[in-house]
Design a protein around this ligand. Structure first.
Ligand code: COA
Length: 327
């Protein structure tokens, strides 16, 4: 029997608002310093939406670029999965609005909210849909406008986040070699302490305090959980697929904090030269971090056909996961 085909990364695209806020710009808003932000997080600047950009425009631009890169027409897309915790409107799903903007009239479209793990969760779903034969061309997008939900008076959180979108067109097989495509995915969640990282407003529960309108985070606790969970997930997916850290060409981790990235790389013996880091330019763009980094790596020649790429993420929920793919 023919082995079911894996999801293969056929095209990638990314988008970010033109407006940039440097650490020095943020020094004018809250009691912080460029030195503190750089040394504690690795972030130097972040892109933030202006009046002309939002989760919908960014997702559409990234999606269009991924289709172009893949050589796939919008009409050929049969599923759009959009990972976001900052949808354009309450409902309908931003994915449906992206579908309309792209002219992907033969697709089904749905949003998923797995916070910063949205892209890895979406990859798990896309792999299942493609392997089962249910879908052929899956457009997976991670898009966020975090600047609209952070409290710009809270130095503990506002320095950390940014806005962007990244997209991947996934399709069966590579046409190149049998070993290409998504080799494995692993996702988990733990909803025991949702308050560790949350935003109460935006749903149907009444908002009781001013703070509940914004993203709230217990940074130290999230940090510890992220280090453990990302290391565990990276180790597990390598073991499951029969590879080791030495086999990996590129580690593309979620970009939340440089120290979390370094700890994850150490856990699986991957030297920092093989780790993709763009946190200095974008900060934490939640579901968009991994596809933005992938699109940039492909465009610059840092990620090439045949490369073994390990993706690892952690986010609110808590949610976390990892994926291993041959490009
Ligand atoms: N500028 C200056 N000082 C700041 C600051 C800022 N932007 N933010 C916090 N501080 C202060 C704190 O108030 C604290 O001061 P205190 O000791 O007087 O109370 C001090 O810096 C140390 O805070 P601490 O929380 O110990 O710092 P940290 O080393 O844990 O770093 C984070 C804080 C938020 C950068 C870090 O915990 C982190 O990255 N957490 C995970 C974030 C994350 O990944 N979120 C998304 C998950 S997907």
């Amino acid at each position: 029997m023919r082995h079911p085909e894996r999801a293969f990364f056929k095209g990638l695209g990314a988008a970010a608002p033109n407006k940039v806020l440097s650490n020095h710009d943020i020094e004018k808003l809250v009691d912080t310093s460029d030195e503190w932000i750089r040394t504690r997080t690795g972030i130097e600047r972040r892109h933030v939406a202006d009046d002309d950009s939002n989760t919908l425009t960014l997702a559409t631009e990234a999606g269009r670029k991924a289709l172009l890169d893949a050589g796939v027409e919008p009409e050929e897309v049969d599923m759009i999965i959009l990972g976001t915790l900052t949808p354009y409107i309450g409902f309908p799903a931003t994915a449906c609005l992206v579908q309309n903007a792209l002219g992907a009239r033969n697709a089904a479209a749905v949003d998923i909210n797995a916070a910063c793990s949205g892209f890895v969760y979406g990859l798990h779903l896309a792999q299942g849909l493609i392997r089962s034969g249910a879908n052929r061309n899956v457009l997976l997008i991670g898009a966020e406008t975090m600047s609209r939900i952070v409290n710009w008076k809270d130095r503990n959180t506002c320095v950390l986040f940014g806005d962007a979108a990244g997209a991947a067109l996934l399709a069966p097989g590579s046409g190149r070699e049998d070993s290409a495509g998504v080799l494995g995915t692993y996702i988990r969640s733990d909803g025991v302490q949702p308050e560790m990282l949350c935003r109460i407003a935006g749903g149907t529960r009444p908002v009781a305090t001013e703070e509940e309108n914004y993203l709230q985070m217990s940074g130290k606790d999230v940090f510890k959980r992220a280090v453990t969970a990302m290391g565990d997930a990276a180790e597990l997916i390598l073991r499951q697929t029969g590879f080791s850290g030495e086999d990996v060409t590129l580690l593309i981790p979620h970009q939340a904090n440089m120290r979390i990235i370094e700890a994850t790389a150490r856990r699986v013996n991957i030297p920092m030269e093989k780790v993709l880091v763009n946190i200095q330019e974008y900060g934490n763009t939640s579901a968009a971090t991994i596809p933005v980094a992938m699109a940039e790596a492909k465009a610059s020649g840092r990620m090439r056909s045949g490369d073994l790429v390990l993706m690892v993420a952690f986010g609110a929920g808590m949610t976390w996961g990892a994926a291993l793919a041959r490009m």
